[in-house]
Design a protein around this ligand. Structure first.
Ligand SMILES: [Zn+2]
Length: 728
């Protein structure tokens, strides 16, 4: 009997136990699984508001601020960068059980429920920090259904993120008055310092603001803020975190407010540089840029000043790079950002036809392949290509021209011949490596017009490519941040190639830059739509574009007369305080005897030699002209001037130098310094006054040209021989 009673009682207890367990399990499933499942929240939702961004120049001065979404000033900070007392005080004020609950604080819910019963409304929010965080994303609205949804989402979030991450997101979204969001913006705006430098009193003051941000902000309502601060301190005492003595000590601490009269977050009148930086580094919110503010201001003044009197040219762009590092010190893509027409178009990034500005890359590539040096003679004679007939800018041809002069004078047909010899494909590939992508798949379409600007590129990329030549043939991407790791550099040309290309680009002085030995090249696009000039030294690379953003042409748009003097003025001002550029190229170049007929390395067949400068590390191609002549089996004989030989001469007693003309073929069209002399036969005589002369003969079966350079010096009294003396 006793036994069965006992058994029955045990049986009932078991049933009750199972029932309780079942109810608990169902409750737990509802609470822990179903509830968060019904109101899911993804951690990415916390990034709903794009934060604001701050930009500093190379000197560390704040120069520009970009507001975040909803015009917010919100500058995220990491939890690790917050002082512990700030976290403690905020937790005490907002959610003292934060580290113990799982998104919803049951004790607080009970308290709120009791208040609802007794007062008919909810007095304390019962909101945990996680729930407040959800509310800051979803918008604040006090209704019961909202509250339940908030709890579900808070619990969902807690299952996916740890407490630290939630707290960090919370601190970065808290409202501190107006458009101030997050502790980073608040500390900066009210106290002008980062959160980690706040003292205890300042931390308490800030911890009190989010309760009613617009009524408690200390810049507008200092009294209310102070009273709220005392309330928070009393709360800390009640929670046993502070003693009355501590409170007195805290109240003694200074509140180091910023001068609210001073603007804090400057907004630049031309934000294009910063827009570009942001696009290249979207992950950041604070940027220590490479911008040199003074240089940017100076550059803009020079550009505006130079273009103001030019009637038909409205726009200009300027890029200044530090050649060695690729750091962008200035980038101006508009003269007036607020111009309603196209003020916001960044002309420094616009892809346009570069005219002749790509020619140095053709010549350099040919030098690197041993195909030429500065003295190598190239043909500047009419070319008939399938779809067009390129001529020169001034409409004339020059016959046989040394490559250095052809580049410096920007002659077109020699450049096209060089490009044809190299192959368009090869040149496009190298331009790509120089940071000038031209669309590798379009090589057939671009064709030989590439030499004359048939493919588009932008000013910033051009500046980067020229800086790579100045760097000795090493490419380095342009940099916009002082604190980014140095990008990987790679070599494109041999050092000697770059040195010789630069020599060729230094043959003429840059207009407006007296005393500054710069390597430079201009470009003018077809129909005068764009004028370019890029000038480079071991220290600086300056790139200038002038034109109209709508692409309209203007007679003034000529690289040499409009863009070059601007680049020159900028260059000169860059060297105003420092010694002139130093090119250390002696080791990279050497003087060698070259065949006078071709300007290439001589063979046994070459009879006339002259000195020339070649890249020390590139073997130069051998002359083939002379061999063909002695072999005599080529169908088309090249045209040759046999006499006078190129070189330096002295005038005779008559004050002139007298030459006998000898040529192959014997009858040629002769030009002296670009002026047509007529047809002359071998054996006739020519008299030249002192000075530098260029004699050009044109004709023969292939109708080719040849030229010689002659320097005639005035008669020396000591010389009394009546004949001319060639100096070799
Ligand atoms: Zn030769």
């Amino acid at each position: 009997m006793g036994c069965s009673w006992f058994a029955e009682r045990r049986h009932r207890a078991a049933i009750a136990g199972v029932a309780i367990a079942a109810v608990t399990a169902i409750g737990w499933i509802c609470w822990d699984l179903l509830f968060p499942f019904c109101f899911p929240m993804r951690p990415e939702e916390l990034n709903r508001f794009t934060p604001a961004r701050r930009f500093y120049d190379r000197a560390g001065e704040a120069v520009h601020t970009m507001r975040g979404d909803d015009y917010r000033f919100q500058f995220p900070v990491r939890l690790a960068d917050l002082p512990p007392h700030l976290i403690t005080v905020t937790l005490a004020a907002e959610d003292r059980n934060f580290f113990r609950h799982d998104g919803v604080d049951p004790a607080a819910v009970c308290r709120a429920f009791r208040q609802l019963l007794f007062h008919g409304r909810i007095v304390s929010g019962a909101s945990t920090i996680t729930m407040q965080l959800v509310a800051m994303i979803d918008g604040r609205e006090r209704s019961l259904s909202r509250k339940i949804r908030q709890m579900g989402r808070a619990r969902s979030l807690e299952r996916k993120l740890d407490k630290q991450a939630i707290l960090e997101a919370y601190f970065n979204l808290l409202p501190y008055g107006g458009k101030l969001h997050g502790i980073g913006a608040a500390a900066s705006y009210y106290f002008g310092r980062p959160p980690r430098e706040l003292n205890f009193a300042e931390a308490v003051l800030l911890a009190g603001i989010p309760q009613q941000p617009n009524r408690l902000r200390p810049d507008r309502h200092p009294e209310a803020a102070k009273r709220r601060m005392e309330t928070v301190l009393a709360m800390l005492v009640r929670q046993g975190l502070l003693s009355e003595n501590d409170v007195r000590a805290v109240l003694q601490l200074p509140l180091r407010f910023r001068d609210f009269g001073k603007p804090l977050w400057p907004i630049s009148e031309d934000p294009q540089f910063f827009q570009l930086v942001r696009k290249r580094h979207p992950e950041r919110t604070g940027y220590r840029t490479t911008l040199d503010s003074e240089l940017q201001t100076l550059g803009r003044a020079i550009l505006r000043d130079a273009l103001a009197p030019v009637e038909n040219v409205r726009d200009g762009a300027l890029v200044i790079l530090e050649s060695a590092t690729g750091k962008v010190r200035t980038l101006i893509g508009t003269l007036d950002y607020n111009d309603p027409r196209a003020g916001q178009v960044n002309a420094a990034l616009a892809r346009r036809s570069p005219g002749s500005a790509l020619k140095p890359f053709l010549y350099g590539e040919a030098i690197d392949g041993g195909m030429l040096c500065a003295e190598t003679l190239l043909d500047d004679t009419p070319l008939s290509l399938p779809d067009y007939r390129p001529g020169n800018f001034d409409g004339t041809f020059h016959g046989r021209v040394p490559a250095g002069e052809a580049l410096a004078d920007s002659l077109n047909t020699p450049a096209i011949r060089v490009l044809a010899a190299l192959g368009v494909e090869r040149v496009l590939r190298q331009l790509n490596r120089f940071g000038l992508p031209m669309g590798k798949l379009q090589s057939e379409r671009i064709g030989l017009s590439l030499a004359l600007g048939g493919a588009e590129t932008d000013l910033l990329s051009l500046a980067g490519a020229y800086a790579a030549i100045a760097r000795g043939g090493i490419f380095l991407p342009c940099r916009f941040l002082e604190d980014e790791p140095e990008p990987a550099a790679y070599r494109i040309w041999r050092p000697g190639t770059a040195a010789l290309t630069l020599r060729m680009l230094r043959q003429r002085p840059l207009p407006g830059a007296a005393g500054v030995d710069a390597a430079w090249k201009t470009g003018t696009s077809n129909n005068s739509r764009d004028a370019w000039c890029i000038a480079t030294t071991p220290e600086w690379t300056v790139a200038v574009w002038c034109g109209n953003k709508d692409g309209s042409s203007a007679p003034e748009l000529v690289g040499g007369t409009l863009a070059a003097p601007i680049a020159g003025r900028v260059m000169r001002s860059l060297y105003r305080q420092t010694p002139p550029p130093r090119w250390h190229d002696e080791e990279l170049l050497r003087t060698a005897m070259l065949c006078a007929q071709s300007g290439l390395a001589p063979t046994e067949s070459c009879t006339q030699l002259q000195p020339g400068t070649t890249a020390a590390d590139v073997p130069l191609q051998r002359c083939r002209i002379c061999r063909n002549l002695s072999g005599g089996n080529s169908g088309e004989k090249p045209t040759r001037i046999l006499s006078p030989a190129p070189g330096n001469y002295h005038a005779d007693t008559s004050g002139r130098a007298r030459f006998r003309l000898e040529s192959e073929p014997a009858e040629l069209h002769w030009y002296l310094d670009g002026n047509y002399l007529g047809i002359r036969r071998a054996g006739s005589y020519l008299e030249l006054p002192p000075g530098q002369h260029r004699l050009f003969g044109w004709g023969g079966s292939g109708f080719r040209g040849d030229s010689v350079e002659l320097l005639i010096r005035p008669r020396k009294e000591a010389y009394n021989s009546g004949t001319t003396a060639a100096e070799r």
